[in-house]
Structures are given as C-alpha cells and as structure tokens.
Design a protein around this ligand. Structure first.
Ligand code: UT7
Length: 320
C-alpha cells in the first residue's frame, strides 16, 4: 500500500503586481528581473490571509477528488507565514472547511514545505495510521519581505496549492528529505528578537534576508543529488520520468539543474513567470495547473523536488 494524489487545487490572490510596478518602489527593471529569474509578475494578497488561501485551494482539491471534508484524517500545511504562531495554520484550514475528524499541524521547511508535508503524510499513511490526508503548501511572504530590499522583494509572490492523498495500490514510489541547519543563515525570515518587561522592549519580527548567490549554488547542487538519490533508491532510470516538477524559484536554477542532470529542460515545467516564487505553494500550484490541463496520464512517473530555508531539500517520486 502506498499514497496516491487523488485531487489537486490551487488559489492565488487577484492582485497582479508586475515588474514595472516594482520598478516604481525600488531601483530595478523588468529586464533585470526577467533575465535573472524568469519572473514577469506575481500575485500579492491584500484581502486573503494564508489560511484563507489554503482553505480555498483545499476545497478545490476536495471537490476534484470527490472527497467530503469529514473523510480527511490528517491536514498538513507547509508554510513559513501562518496567520498565527498558534493556532497552527492547518487547524485554521480545518475550521474553514469543516474537516472535523482531522489531526492538524504545520510543517516548517520554507520553500520545501510542501514536499516535506507530502512525504510526512506518506509516512503516516504507509503505517496504516491514516487513510486520507490533505497536503497543502501556502505562503504570504509579502508580509515578511522588506519592500525596500530589491535583492529579495522582486522574487516572491503569494499563493496556495493543495492535494488530497489517499492510501492506494499506486502512487508514491520513493522519497527523501534533507536538512543542513549549519547553513541556515544564508536564507532567514521572521526572526523574533526577545522582548519582555525585563528588557523594557517589545519583541520585534525581522524581515527576510538572503545571500542569493549561496542559495543559488546550494539549489543547483542539492536538487540534482536528491533527485538522483530517489531515482536510484527505486531503480528508476531518469529517462522514465515524464516531468520534473521543481520548486519555482528561478528559471536559471531550473535550467542549471536540467543541464547538470543532462535532461531536456522541456521536461521541467515552469510557471514562475506569472506567480514568482510562491515558496511552499509553488510545487502544488504547478501540479494543479498541469493536472487541470490534462498533462498527466495514469502511469506517468513524476518527480517533485523542493529546496529552501533551513537549509532543507528533498524529493518525491510518484506514479500518477
Ligand atoms: O526559494 C529559495 C529562495 N531564494 C532563491 O531562489 C534565490 C536564489 N538566487 C537567485 O535567484 C539569484 O542569486 C538572484 C536572482 C537573487 C540574484 O541574481 P544574481 O545573478 O546572483 O545577482 P547578484 O546578487 O550577483 O547581483 C548582481 C547585481 C548587484 O549589483 P552590483 O553589485 O553588481 O552593482 C546587485 O546589487 O544586481 C544587483 N541587484 C539588482 N539590480 C536590479 C540585485 N537585485 C536587483 C534588482 N534589480 N532587483
């Protein structure tokens, strides 16, 4: 028995912010952003919270799967930008959709959040503890970036993607998850400084800070490694993979990964032109778009891979 994706859904806010819009608030240009990242525009949440968006994506996935909210045993939300420290975001989604029978918790693994959450759900389902789970990636990083820092604010967008997964004969074939906490400083966000009556100050929430080149080097090294690992662990030749659905951070990162792995870049779908880097939401949003366009056939082998703050990275190999 394994774990199969039986429904997908996604949601992005209506508000589009183009590169030209950003050139009005920081010193940048459409040409710089497009040529360095492949990003043309992104959605920015003005009314929706992280759990609002996640619940809309989750409901779309449930509708597609034909599963009632009460049938869900487990809700896992990959996010770095929950609405509150507690209740956790997964509990808030539970309340939105009425999944009264689910255990709910968040997975904090930055942009790798969805892949870690999917693999965690698979681990629970494989033991027989749970049968049906909602696995979601959602982030509103627009509330955590410094809108005066051109090195980061041009990269991110807000959104949510969700999948319903269930115990089945066909589905996940292999997975891995990795972390390197010692390198965590190259990509940090939302650091909370102490604040209390003894210190005489209130706690402060810090903005995102990133060493872009270090993150770039990390991604192009570690993503090929974890994909190679998941293929080797299941005895699957790379030629058998129909699509490599990779975290949508930067077109040049994906191009470099394809080149290193000697795989045609056409098998690495991209959509960051329209959404930017939506962090934990990027893999499930792209999965949902492709699924709704009818790109996946039963039996297709697909690799999912994420990388991000932590540092964290990992991969999942599944048969559709
Ligand atoms: O989910 C994971 C999240 N993080 C990532 O995916 C980040 C991975 N890294 C990257 O995608 C790239 O490193 C960036 C797109 C962030 C930057 O591209 P780069 O080719 O590594 O540029 P750079 O940092 O070397 O900067 C080159 C120049 C610098 O100016 P000088 O020092 O050469 O005068 C920057 O100050 O570009 C400047 N710059 C900008 N110029 C216009 C940095 N950001 C901007 C900007 N517009 N938005």
């Amino acid at each position: 028995m394994t774990t199969r994706i039986i429904g997908t859904g996604s949601y992005v806010p209506d508000q589009i912010v183009t590169n030209d819009d950003l050139a009005k608030i920081v010193e940048t240009s459409d040409e710089w952003i497009r040529s360095r990242t492949g990003i043309g525009e992104r959605r920015i949440a003005t009314a929706d919270s992280t759990s609002d968006m996640a619940a809309k994506a989750a409901q779309a996935a449930l509708d597609q799967a034909g599963v009632r909210a009460e049938e869900i045993d487990l809700i896992l939300l990959g996010t770095s930008s929950p609405d509150h420290c507690f209740p956790n975001g997964a509990c808030e989604i539970q309340a939105h959709i009425g999944a009264v029978n689910a255990a709910c918790f968040d997975i904090s693994a930055a942009c790798t959040g969805y892949v870690f959450a999917l693999n965690t759900a698979h681990a629970f389902i494989s033991t027989g503890m749970y049968r049906t789970a909602l696995v979601i990636g959602a982030d509103v990083l627009s509330k955590l970036v410094d809108w005066g820092d051109r090195g980061t604010c041009v990269l991110f967008g807000d959104g949510a993607g969700a999948t319903v997964v269930r115990a089945d004969e066909r589905g996940i074939l292999g997975m891995n998850m990795h972390s390197e906490g010692a390198k965590g400083g190259v990509l940090t966000c939302g650091s909370r400084s102490n604040g209390n009556f003894l210190l005489g100050k209130k706690p402060e929430l810090g903005y995102m800070s990133m060493d872009g080149q270090e993150v770039f080097k990390f991604a192009v090294k570690k993503v090929p490694e974890c994909i190679t690992e998941v293929l080797a662990s299941t005895g699957t030749p790379k030629e058998d993979i129909t699509y490599f659905v990779i975290h949508q951070a930067n077109y040049r990162i994906i191009e470099s990964i394809a080149k290193r792995m000697k795989i045609d870049p056409a098998r690495f779908p991209v959509n960051m032109e329209h959404y930017g880097n939506t962090s934990a939401a990027s893999v499930p949003i792209l999965l949902d778009e492709m699924n709704r366009e009818g790109k996946f056939k039963p039996g297709d082998k697909i690799v999912l891979s994420g990388f991000g703050g932590g540092l964290t990275w990992g991969a999942t190999l599944l048969e559709w």
